[in-house]
Design a protein around this ligand. Structure first.
Ligand SMILES: NC(=O)c1ccc[n+]([C@@H]2O[C@H](COP(=O)([O-])OP(=O)(O)OC[C@H]3O[C@@H](n4cnc5c(N)ncnc54)[C@H](O)[C@@H]3O)[C@@H](O)[C@H]2O)c1
Length: 261
């Protein structure tokens, strides 16, 4: 595995208790970074931190990204502890899986709030800090290939996680917001690069997708398989690192070629 130069970086990871979040945190601290882990349940974060052996390389925060006061407070606490934040990885994301004709307003608002408003809240706090400190930073927003293409209903036979219209719309919004801030945060005085990744389906060994779904998904994908979680983490840390120092406003699609046809 490539050793990206993020030694002593302070990195904020939202949704740190999730499948991808945990993998990001583990690899980042393995490369010498300090990580502020944000998620909705502190108890859950504490359990996960112990089972992963994260030790004092992490700070854990019960912090709801949809709540701007909670985010403001959390960012202040991180800066009080480390004096800086080098990178923000906006990884927290949610979806609903009911068919669109059963969609209710509450579900719609929840997905909008977490995926778009939450991503915005964290970027706003980070940019304010970068403008005040004149310190350089990097943002990686986690979008999805379903922000680019639609789920193919034919492959969701034994998988009840067929992503929704609102999920895809918010992930398309994350890709667009990435471009907006890649241009405008710099114009407004933040020394920052803002990029996104758009993963395809990630294999989940803790809660496996249906066998039929995995087979049909793999048949549809040019590389004939789903992604391993580490294959998503590498490009995220690359974008955070100085190896990506002239990459700004881009979305790296990590989907085995699924969106290439
Ligand atoms: N798993 C995939 O196949 C896949 C594919 C493409 C994109 N993605 C994206 O990758 C990201 C991570 O996905 P995952 O599979 O690890 O999901 P996950 O459900 O395992 O983790 C998401 C985490 O976000 C946290 N979260 C939810 N709402 C929050 C809030 N308001 N404030 C703070 N934290 C909150 C959850 O508690 C959870 O720990 C998401 O943005 C998702 O849309 C995932």
């Amino acid at each position: 595995m490539i050793k990206y130069n993020i030694q002593d970086h302070v990195i904020v990871v939202t949704g740190a208790a999730g499948q991808l979040g945990q993998a990001i945190v583990s690899r980042a601290i393995g490369l010498g970074a300090k990580v502020a882990c944000l998620d909705t349940s502190l108890e859950n974060l504490e359990k996960i931190s112990i089972s992963n052996g994260w030790g004092d390389s992490v700070l854990l925060f019960q912090s709801d990204i949809t709540n701007k006061e909670s985010i403001e407070l959390t960012f202040n606490q991180i800066v009080n502890k480390y004096n800086k934040i080098d990178a923000l990885i906006n990884n927290a994301g949610v979806s609903v899986f009911d068919p669109w004709f059963d969609r209710n307003e509450e579900d719609f608002d929840w997905v909008m709030n977490v995926n778009l408003k939450g991503t915005f809240n964290c970027m706003k706090e980070f940019f304010k800090l970068l403008i005040d400190s004149n310190y350089p930073g990097a943002v990686v927003n986690v979008a999805s290939h379903y922000g680019i293409i639609s789920p193919d209903p034919k492959i969701y036979t034994d998988c009840d996680r067929r992503n929704s219209e609102i999920y895809g719309a918010t992930k398309a919004g994350v890709i667009q917001m990435t471009k907006y801030f890649a241009v405008n945060a710099i114009a407004d005085g933040a020394k920052v690069r803002v990029n996104a990744i758009a993963p395809g389906g990630i294999k989940n060994s803790a809660s496996p997708q249906g066998d039929d779904f995995q087979r049909l998904y793999s048949e549809r994908c040019p590389m004939k398989r789903m992604a391993e979680v580490d294959e998503i983490v590498g490009p995220i840390l690359f974008l955070v690192s100085s190896d990506a120092s002239y990459i700004n406003g881009q979305t790296i699609v990590i989907d085995g070629g699924m969106t290439a046809w």
